[in-house]
Design a protein. Structure first.
Length: 115
């Protein structure tokens, strides 16, 4: 039962990771599931009231920026894991084909050498 739940959890994480993959365009990677990056607030110095309002906005921005940053890191790590997995699978398939061709050419050469 625990093994089935674990496998289901892995499948869910893999599905979510693939479903929320970022995009690469002209060498720039952007996350796709993190929303817009929070805009940095401006510190206003007109008077005490505007300054205090700026500090409040900075505190709110910091919470949003931390959440956004965490999302970016998690999505980038998920994308990296998928890319590494797919590249490894591709390399393994390529090696298997090369080995199959090598075996076939070695067998053909051995057959022809006996003639």
């Amino acid at each position: 039962m625990l093994k089935k739940a674990f496998i289901t959890a892995i499948f869910f994480v893999a599905t979510v990771s693939v479903g929320t993959a970022g995009t690469i365009n002209n060498g720039t990677w952007l996350p796709s599931a993190c929303g817009a990056e929070p805009e940095v607030p401006v510190i206003k110095q007109d008077n005490v009231e505007t300054y205090n309002q700026s500090i409040k906005m900075i505190n709110e921005w910091q919470q949003k920026a931390n959440a956004y940053n965490s999302c970016v890191i998690n999505e980038a790590n998920a994308d990296n894991a998928v890319i590494a997995k797919m590249a490894t699978e591709h390399q393994n398939k390529f090696r298997a084909v090369v080995e199959k061709i090598k075996s076939a050419t070695d067998a053909a050469k051995a057959k022809l050498d006996k003639q």
